[in-house]
Design a protein around this ligand. Structure first.
Ligand SMILES: *Cc1c(COP(=O)(O)O)cnc(C)c1O
Length: 861
């Protein structure tokens, strides 16, 4: 049943503030003012979070064409919102969820909900892959499992097209699951794993479990699939008498399915299926099970998590065998299981050739996935063309003109300038003459190819210059070949930067800020080695207030890539003021000489040139590096008094010398009080108050009372904070990987490398040579056992000296190592903190040392 805007006051228990010019059916839900796609029928919910308030963006949304709004606070005046509809509710998030729950209620088919600590997304994707031939499936895009992600996912259920829903539910606090349960209202469920990860939002493991199981304690709930080998979960499900199908890899009583596993040398696992005792299988009567013919399946995985996730799916498939209408030939089940592939749902961003930038998303291609990928494309700040290379779109229950009309609407809504379609369907639907004429008018360039091979034969990378290119294809189109053709050549070493982890760390620090405290983020030194433009673009999207770089050239590069946030430059040279003016870069002024340069440049400005950007006064309160110290203050005040108009002071700042170390807290407090005293004197002369800031990452965590008006976040954003016990709240952002070039078996008494520093051993050993050296930033102090790398998840010590482009490691205990294997230099399981400690340096140095010749790849879910 379509829901119309004028139904909302009753449905949501709200008040109609203003009716829209015409009442329309709600077509899509919109939460983020930066992601406006289609405006027709789009309903905006103004959500409020700790750092963000959707109410601030109503005018901008209206300007983009959005006409339907749900708010908790009425705008001061509805005057500017001619023709728009407004409903006011007490809580906009609750209203969003209520609307989704209403929509869900109209869907009469099975809805599966998946929760647990790990594996939710993979189990969901695999279950969808396994059932796709038989069902029209609606599933959460990527891992949309939160309080807002779930309602958005459930909203996509279309009764005519879908026969099955599969949604993930993820929670972090008490009380959240009941809300998700009302939205999903599952008929079936899977509980993956309980997990032991520290969860701040819960008092105990039991609390967490109790909370999660609420998902399945709904009226009309029919079946929970779970692994009985987790005693706490097994006991809790039984105590609640939930209708359940438990499986075990051991002999756990009460489990209806017993899986006996054997891994093979080919990297697969065979599963022998037996039935548990019948008494416990009320929900799984053995006599009905058409399993006798084939009770053995092969899974195309050997690693523990993949096997576990696949077994959940196998249990569901076996349960479906009970229904004659859904039962499959066991050989067909086997065929489908073998087609399962590791889920790489990440969007990867890479440097392309000829100044292009690639967004590589070749996992699946349905409407929801396409919309998300186009969002990512439109979030890129870079100027220049936007190309979409698109395969046929595979959407459950929708095809032909109806499907491609939606595809085209999405393409148009996201500012694509060139569309390259690959596949029979997209060519037939969008390649026709009538549309072509229309495309010409709207200046959308299009090309179509029946196959990926045809595109590759015709692809001229040179024809793509300084563009942002989204490569979006279903797996069977093999678009990784297209990416390879457009990508810059790489040697084997890659620094992978996880943008989701970066966002997580940003939120961690943001939650520590008082309301109204501004956030400056340091992206100096190539964003601590992580890649300036990409990090800055993310920060701009995440609404940081300010960026800071060390030198004007870094700022210029950000501007040329479309970054529009205010940018402060820590170290402007005496001759850089024209560059600062041209690129609107705000200098840090740390000495009377620089102040003089600034005044000079302001004076030389000819009529018609833009004024100099505002400046930031740096005070030295104890760092003894850059800045005015207290002795300079009288002279500074004189200058400020004499040139108040020519010196637009944007902020006053200082830098703490030891904010991370409690041993120096007295010193830090002294720095802070000196800062306040000096800042007050400056403000007195200026006759107004200006922004003040002092805290770096460690300071944000340790001196919340000294936030002043702004803080300067640095290394913590990148996932490390020197000497910080709370680092477990941060996620590692960077992973450095390289490949094995050669493996040698060395007899006893053999030395390795330059200077024969890899001393001879009494026994035979295997040594692998890796394609990374100190010229890539792999520190030479890692020589001779000081450093370690991870190969096949195990630690291999460095043998001998690190060379310029290579390093040797001992893999005697990792016998499966062979050329082409990937070795991890740092990342999850081998932290930068640990490695820095091993060679007596700080994490900052390891991060920033990774040379620019190492390619950066940016990933996000
Ligand atoms: C680098 C820097 C910061 C950030 O320091 P972190 O320790 O990386 O958080 C803050 N302020 C100034 C002036 C800096 O140079």
């Amino acid at each position: 049943m379509p829901i119309r805007f004028l139904d909302l006051p009753t449905l949501l228990g709200g008040t109609l503030l203003q009716a829209p010019a015409t009442d329309v059916t709600i077509a899509s839900l919109l939460l983020d003012s930066r992601r406006v796609g289609l405006t027709e029928g789009a309903l905006f919910f103004a959500l409020r979070g700790p750092n963000h308030d959707g109410h601030h963006h109503l005018a901008a949304l209206y300007a983009k064409g959005v006409r339907l709004f749900v708010v908790s606070h009425a705008p001061a005046s509805l005057g500017p919102f001619v023709g728009a509809g407004f409903v006011q509710v007490a809580d906009t998030l609750a209203a969003l969820q209520a609307l989704a729950a209403q929509h869900r209620a109209a869907f009469q088919q099975p809805v599966w909900a998946i929760t647990g600590s790990n594996g939710k997304t993979i189990v969901k994707e695999w279950l969808a892959q396994l059932l796709a031939p038989d069902e029209g499936i609606c599933r959460s895009p990527k891992s949309y499992n939160s309080q807002v992600g779930v309602p958005l996912s459930v909203w996509e259920l279309a009764p005519g097209r879908h026969t099955l829903g599969i949604f993930e539910a993820g929670i972090s606090e008490q009380g959240e699951m009941a809300r998700l349960a009302r939205v999903i209202h599952p008929t079936h469920g899977i509980f993956t794993t309980l997990g032991t990860a520290h969860d701040a939002g819960f008092a105990s493991e039991t609390d967490k479990l109790t909370e999660k199981l609420q998902l399945f304690e709904q009226s009309g709930f029919e079946l929970l699939v779970y692994c009985a080998d987790q005693p706490a979960v097994h006991a809790a499900v039984q105590a609640r008498h939930l209708p359940a199908l438990a499986w075990t890899r051991h002999e756990v009583p009460g489990a209806a399915l017993r899986f006996r596993l054997k891994s093979t040398t080919a990297g697969t696992t065979t599963v022998r299926v037996r039935l548990g005792e019948t008494s416990a299988t009320a929900h799984f009567p053995a006599e009905h099970l058409a399993l006798r013919a084939a009770t053995r399946f092969t899974l195309p995985f050997a690693d523990e998590p993949s096997v576990e996730n696949a077994l959940h799916c196998l249990a569901v498939l076996l349960w479906r065998q009970l229904d004659p209408a859904k039962a499959l030939d066991p050989a067909e089940i086997q065929r489908r299981l073998l087609r399962l592939q590791p889920v790489a749902m990440r969007l990867e961003m890479k440097q392309g050739r000829h100044g292009c930038y690639l967004l590589d998303d070749t996992y699946n291609n349905d409407l929801a996935g396409l919309a998300l990928a186009l969002d990512a494309l439109s979030r890129q700040a870079r100027p220049g063309g936007r190309t979409l290379i698109l395969s046929d779109v595979l959407e459950s229950g929708l095809s032909g003109p109806a499907l491609y009309a939606r595809v085209l609407a999405l393409v148009r809504a996201h500012g694509v300038t060139r569309l390259i379609g690959v596949g029979e369907a997209v060519s037939a639907e969008l390649g026709g003459a009538v549309l072509q004429a229309e495309f010409e008018q709207t200046q959308l360039i299009t090309q179509f190819y029946p196959t990926t091979e045809a595109l590759l034969a015709d692809l001229r990378p040179r024809e793509f210059q300084n563009e942002t290119i989204l490569v979006k294809g279903a797996r069977r189109f093999g678009f990784e070949r297209v990416v390879a053709a457009l990508q810059q050549l790489q040697h084997g070493t890659v620094l992978e930067v996880n943008l989701d982890a970066l966002t997580h760390n940003l939120q961690y620090y943001r939650q520590r800020l008082h309301p109204g405290t501004k956030l400056m983020v340091m992206v100096k030194a190539f964003a601590y080695g992580s890649g300036s433009y990409e990090v800055a673009s993310l920060l701009q999207f995440q609404r940081a207030d300010y960026l800071a770089v060390a030198y004007p050239d870094e700022g210029q590069q950000l501007r040329e890539n479309g970054i529009s946030l205010p940018i402060m430059v820590l170290n402007p040279g005496p001759d850089s003021f024209e560059q600062l003016r041209r690129y609107r870069l705000e200098p840090e002024i740390y000495s009377l000489e620089r102040l003089h340069d600034y005044l000079q440049a302001a004076h030389e400005a000819t009529a018609g040139t833009a004024p100099l950007p505002p400046l930031h006064l740096k005070l030295d309160t104890g760092m003894r590096r850059l800045g005015f110290d207290e002795n300079d203050l009288p002279a500074l005040l004189d200058q400020l008094a004499a040139h108040r108009v020519q010196l637009p002071v944007a902020s006053i700042m200082t830098h703490l010398a030891a904010a991370d170390d409690p041993a120096h807290d007295d010193f830090t407090q002294q720095q802070l009080s000196t800062f306040q005293r000096m800042a007050a004197a400056i403000e007195a002369v200026l006759g107004r108050s200006v922004l003040k800031h002092a805290l770096n990452s460690a300071g944000i965590r340790r001196f919340p009372e000294a936030q002043f008006d702004m803080v300067r976040l640095g290394v913590g954003l990148y996932g490390v904070e020197a000497g910080d016990e709370s680092s477990r709240n941060l996620l590692p952002v960077s992973t450095l990987r390289t490949t094995v070039s050669q493996v040698k078996t060395l007899p006893a008494d053999t030395t390795v490398g330059y200077g024969r520093r890899g001393v001879a051993t009494a026994h035979e050993r295997r040594v692998a040579t890796l394609a990374i050296g100190y010229a890539d930033g792999y520190d030479r102090r890692f020589s001779a056992g000081a450093g370690l790398v991870l190969l096949h998840g195990r630690r291999a010590p460095v043998v001998g000296s690190v060379c310029m482009d290579m390093v040797m490691v001992d893999v005697t205990d990792i016998p499966e190592t062979q050329p082409g294997d990937v070795a991890m230099l740092f990342g999850e399981g081998l932290t930068i903190n640990e490695l820095a400690a091993r060679i007596g340096t700080i994490p900052y140095e390891l991060l920033t040392n990774v040379s620019e010749r190492v390619k950066r790849v940016f990933v996000s879910e």
